[in-house]
Design a protein around this ligand. Structure first.
Ligand code: UDP
Ligand code: MG
Length: 309
C-alpha cells in the first residue's frame, strides 16, 4: 500500500472541516482500488473558532485524521509548509478546506501521476463570483511576473497541487522565510501536468483575503522571485542623467544664441520635485529588499506548534 497525504490549511473554518472530510472520503474507494491509503492533515493556523474541536471530533472517529495546531495565525504559506513537513505520504496534495479545490478532481489528478508526471497542478480558467477589480489586478500581476521573473508562475494557478515525495522534499529544501508557494512550485521544476477547471465558490464562511492583503501578497511574490525592481532604480538613474545632460546642452545653446535672462523658477521646482520623488521611490524599493533580507537573516522558524495529534 502507498500513502497519499491530504494537507488542508484551516483558519476559522469550523463549518467546513467536516464538510471537507465527507467530500474527500467520497474518493476513498477509488484510491483503495489502486492500493492507495489516504491520510488527512488539518493544519489549524491559529483559529479562534471551533476549527480545532471539529477536527478533533473527526479524529475520534477516524485515526487517519491528523491535526497540527499553530500557536497563532502564521498565514497560509506557513500552514502549507508545516503540512508538507509533517506529511508521511508517498504523495501529497495541498487543498483548501472551503471546497474551492474540488476533491472530485483527485482521481483524475492521480491518474496523471501514474502516467509519469511528478506533479499535477490546477488553474482556474474563470473567475466567476469574484469582484471584477480583483480579477483585473490579478491578471496584471501574472502578466508583470511573466515579464520580470524567470520562474514560471501560471495565471490563475491555485495552490491545489498533487505531487510525489521527491517534489515534496525539493520544496522542503527551500527553507526561505518569505514563502511564495506559487513561485516555489515553478522554481523546483519537475514534470507538471496542468488541469483547468471553472471557479467554484467557497462552501461556507468568508474569504480571509481582502484586496489590500492580496496586494501586499503580490508585492511579496515580486520581491521573492524577481530582482527586476532593483534594476529599475539603475535604469531610472541613467535615464535622468541623460535627460539632465540634454537639458544642460539646451540651456547653454539657448544662452549663447539668444542671451536668455534668468527665468524658469517654476520648471526648476518641478524638476527638483520629480527627481527627489524618483529617488525616494528607488530608496523604497531598496528598502523592501533590505527588509526581506533582514527577515531571512534572522532565521526565525516559519511556524510554531501548540498542539500536534
Ligand atoms: N487560510 C489559512 N491561513 C490564513 C488564511 C487562510 O490557513 O491566514 C486557509 C483557509 O482556511 C483556506 C485557504 O487558506 O483553507 C484559502 O483561504 P480563503 O478561502 O480565505 O482564500 P481564497 O480562496 O478566497 O483565495
Ligand atoms: Mg477559498
Amino acid at each position: 500500500m502507498s500513502l497519499l497525504s491530504v494537507i488542508v490549511p484551516c483558519y476559522n473554518e469550523e463549518e467546513n472541516v467536516s464538510l471537507f472530510y465527507e467530500e474527500l472520503m467520497k474518493n476513498e474507494a477509488w484510491f483503495k482500488d489502486r492500493g492507495v491509503e489516504l491520510e488527512v492533515l488539518y493544519i489549524d493556523d491559529g483559529s479562534e473558532d471551533k476549527t480545532v474541536s471539529e477536527a478533533k471530533k473527526l479524529r475520534e472517529r477516524d485515526e487517519r485524521v491528523h491535526l497540527i495546531s499553530f500557536s497563532r495565525n502564521f498565514g497560509k504559506e506557513a500552514a502549507m509548509y508545516a503540512g508538507l513537513e509533517n506529511s508521511a505520504g508517498d504523495y501529497a496534495v495541498l487543498m483548501d478546506v472551503d471546497l474551492q479545490d474540488p476533491p472530485s478532481l483527485l482521481p483524475e489528478m492521480f491518474s496523471w501521476l501514474e502516467q509519469g508526471f511528478d506533479s499535477v497542478a490546477t488553474r482556474r480558467v474563470s473567475r466567476k463570483g469574484e469582484p471584477p477589480v480583483r480579477s483585473f489586478f490579478a491578471r496584471m500581476f501574472y502578466r508583470l511576473m511573466k515579464k520580470i521573473s524567470r520562474t514560471e508562475i501560471m495565471d490563475g494557478a491555485r495552490d491545489y497541487r498533487l505531487m510525489t515525495r521527491q517534489m515534496v522534499d525539493a520544496i522542503l529544501s527551500m527553507q526561505e522565510y518569505n514563502r511564495f508557494t506559487k513561485g516555489i512550485f515553478g522554481w523546483v521544476g519537475f514534470r507538471t501536468k496542468w488541469l483547468e477547471y471553472e471557479n467554484v465558490e467557497r462552501a461556507k464562511g468568508e474569504t480571509k483575503w481582502n484586496f489590500w492583503k492580496l496586494f501586499l501578497y503580490s508585492l511579496d511574490g515580486i520581491a521573492a522571485f524577481s530582482t527586476a525592481p532593483l534594476m529599475l532604480a539603475s535604469v531610472m538613474g541613467v535615464f535622468f542623467c541623460v535627460l539632465a545632460f540634454l537639458m544642460i546642452v539646451f540651456i547653454i545653446v539657448r544662452k549663447l544664441m539668444f542671451g536668455d535672462p534668468v527665468s524658469g523658477w517654476p520648471s526648476l521646482v518641478c524638476i527638483i520635485l520629480m527627481t527627489s520623488g524618483v529617488q525616494f521611490f528607488c530608496t523604497g524599493i531598496l528598502g523592501q529588499y533590505l527588509a526581506k533580507t533582514y527577515m531571512e537573516v534572522k532565521r526565525r522558524p516559519i511556524y510554531l506548534v501548540r498542539e500536534k495529534l
